[in-house]
Design a protein around this ligand. Structure first.
Ligand SMILES: *Cc1c(COP(=O)(O)O)cnc(C)c1O
Length: 378
């Protein structure tokens, strides 16, 4: 190894780069993207808007305009503020970084902990480990993937985590967790002096938001941050996430934000999308209707378990083992449909694939391909 390479952290050298699957020529149902693009007339209008942006200037007013537009759109409660991230991935990193207190300065002399239910979104553990915190995963109930409130509260009491991540709906299990269980866990985080981050990436498809509980009981949520993104809404390529929370808490995290983290082009795209929020809401409604049809069709296939979804994805078990899931994944890809094989992500996901809800045509193609493969495999 060269001396230069030896300067790179050992744990970084041991990592595998985040693998984006090659989707050339395939129906792309692997990454929870909105399958609908913008209508041609709106696309042309957006093009003209982007063409007029002053690219020679650092981002300024338009980013402030976007912050104001998102605040009007999401309507956080009084005393809360909102900050922008280059996708919510950046915001997860910044919250984690802000809590990376060295062990010499913590009450128990240990690294601060980040705790999240598992299986869950990989970026929580990734950010924690990379930024010098301990990650603690707490299994979801294996039958229905609901929050195990007893196990969560016990782990929170033991580990006293700095951060508890709650994705509502959760990825890759797709469902909302029971509200009473959420309330218990959020209260336990408060009791042990931590921050609860509620990640609502799938809010456009969920029909419910935790923001209503926050408005109803502000005192119970003084330690809560609410994370959203425009990625699943329909702008995955644009990279805009936003974090809402009590102003004093958000102000600390905002100090770590790179000053120009939102490009002027991204801000202009997001502003344009919010001006046409009705178009995106209609697309989400179509996805929700297709989700119902897809779930019914999947449940009619032999040997398939599909869990309820409040997101634009469906988790299904096709086989009792990972080899069966891999065979189905490969058969789908050969038939031109790319999904995500999550079977080896966590012990409770054995034999499982995760599908993104696509357009009606895409879902029909998916169901036909899956049906053919399940009727063929012994
Ligand atoms: C997709 C997803 C995100 C989105 O990340 P971006 O960086 O905003 O694209 C955040 N949280 C969860 C749970 C997700 O599944």
């Amino acid at each position: 190894m060269t001396a230069a390479l030896a300067r790179i952290r050992r744990d970084v050298q041991g990592l595998h780069a985040y693998a984006v699957q090659d989707s050339t020529g395939l129906v792309k149902l692997d990454a929870m993207e909105n399958p609908h693009g913008l209508p041609a007339a709106l696309q042309a209008e957006l093009g003209a808007r982007l063409g007029a942006v002053a690219l020679n200037r650092y981002p300024g007013d338009r980013v402030a305009d976007l912050r104001a537009a998102l605040t009007a759109y999401a309507a956080p409660p009084a005393g809360w503020s909102l900050m922008l991230g280059n996708g919510s991935d950046e915001l997860i990193s910044l919250v984690t970084l802000a809590c990376a207190i060295p062990p010499s300065e913590t009450a128990n002399g240990q690294l601060p902990a980040v705790l999240a239910p598992e299986p869950g979104f990989v970026m929580y553990a990734f950010s924690a480990k990379l930024l010098g915190l301990r990650f603690v995963g707490v299994p979801l109930r294996p039958d229905d993937f609901q929050l195990d409130a007893d196990a969560m509260c016990a782990a929170i009491a033991k580990e006293k985590p700095a951060i508890v991540h709650l994705a509502w709906p959760n990825n890759p299990t797709a469902g909302l967790w029971d509200e009473a269980a959420m309330r218990r866990v959020i209260a336990a985080v408060a009791e042990h002096g931590g921050i609860a981050v509620i990640d609502e990436a799938y809010q456009p498809f969920a029909g419910r938001s935790w923001i209503d509980s926050i408005r109803a009981e502000p005192q119970a949520h003084e330690h809560v941050l609410l994370l959203r993104t425009l990625s699943k809404f329909g702008l995955a390529g644009v990279r805009i996430g936003y974090l809402m929370g009590p102003a004093a808490l958000v102000a600390e995290i905002d100090k770590l934000r790179p000053p120009y983290n939102i490009s002027t082009l991204n801000a202009e795209c997001a502003l344009f999308a919010l001006e046409h929020a009705d178009v995106f809401a209609a697309q989400a409604a179509e996805v929700i209707a297709e989700r119902t049809r897809l779930l019914a069709a999947l449940r009619a296939l032999p040997g398939v378990t599909a869990w309820d979804s409040d997101a634009n994805m469906v988790l299904l078990r096709l086989a009792p083992d990972d080899a069966g899931a891999l065979r189905a994944f490969q058969a789908l890809r050969s038939a031109g449909v790319l999904v995500k094989n999550v079977s080896t992500m966590h012990a409770s996901l054995t034999g499982c694939l995760r599908l993104t809800v696509g357009t009606a045509d895409e879902n029909t193609q998916l169901i036909a391909a899956l049906s053919a493969c399940l009727h063929k495999t012994p």
